[in-house]
Write a protein that binds this ligand. Sequence first.
Ligand code: CTP
Length: 427
Amino acid sequence: MQRVLLIIGGGIAAYKAPELVRQLRAQGLAVRCLLTAAAEQFVSPLSLASVSGDKVYENLFDLTEEAEMGHIQLSRDADIILVAPATADLMAKAAQGMANDLASTTLLATDKKIIMAPAMNVRMWQHEATQRNLAQLKKDGVSIIGPENGDMACGEFGPGRMSEPQDIAAETAALLAPNNTRAEAADLTGRKILVTAGPTHEPIDPVRYIANRSSGKQGYAIAAALAAAGAEVHLISGPTALDAPHDVQMTWVETARDMQAAVEAHLPVDAAVMTAAVADWRPAECKAQKIKKGQKIKDKERAPAPLDLVENPDILATLGAAKKNRPALLVGFAAETEDLETHALAKLQKKNCDWIVANNVALDSGIEGGVMGGDANAVTLISTKDAKAEIERFDIMSKHAVAALLATRMAAHFTPIEKTGNKGKAK
Ligand code: CTP
């Protein structure tokens, strides 16, 4: 499991630190907190110890702490250092290389990646000194998240509000993704890739439908990672609460049949990644009017009315069997609650895809918030080569990290277009 050292500065936004710890853990990351003396006025070490499940570090000059875990060791143990909230004071110290407390000493002693989420009064943020320090920190390789515009605790409006814990956690996880972050190392320039995501809704009547727990987060993260790697991405999404990812063309659909039609309309593509949790069945008929309780069916009062179901088309299997326009690389997902690899391998063969990403979607899968709806995933990648299954099992990681991993693998599968001019051909 990757580890974040969270340095909490002394600003009012420090009250969001426990929620930030929770969001980082939901991304599959381990968190250790370090509080500045001023931060202790805003958030209690005890609550941070409870949410992080680890000791909280506070003072450079605490001799016991130095003996047990010095500032060097603190940074050595972390994969990344996140400063949130990053106060004007902490930013100034880090920009100048000052080291007079545990937080600033750790920042100076580390060779790990540093991210800062600034939060301060709008005038402090806009002050030339802070802007100078910001420019220096960026030059030194520090990643900056935010600040956002908005109402601030001091009653003013403008830039200075700390970014939302969920966004900071997602960005941190993206920066920690294997094989370089956000698939920046992966090159899929010029490849056309189709991604399906989210659930489908199968209407029963004008107000009711059959659905499932899929949030669409994994598919959206994959679409974003592929686009970041230079691919031309078309995302066909069922109903979700998510914003469209950057640089991705979107088509919104409701039912499995709509999704299939949208997929067919966007062929040919070089690759397709089918993450959607397509409903396997739909009501045989969608009633024109709302079904009433106690409605008479065949002269009998029926409540609830029985639901006749018919099977939906299997979009992945149809693509896998297609004589025309079958993508050169077809990636399926297998949502399983038991016998993960056996079921996933059987699906790969039955639906004739090239790779399948299997995940355990049981509610007690050990992932906070569950796989369906949560921010983390633990996947197994099965790829066939010479009819022999290759199985790679990955530990819990954020959905962004899974996306970056897949983008990197897909880029490795294809020969970069600009180097060969060999458009559309897999290696
Ligand atoms: N899939 C699809 N169309 C369907 C059902 C599934 O395209 N009607 C795709 C999914 O997007 C996924 C893969 O097939 O890539 C496997 O989906 P999953 O729900 O795990 O499997 P099912 O085929 O529905 O089988 P089961 O519900 O029996 O596990």
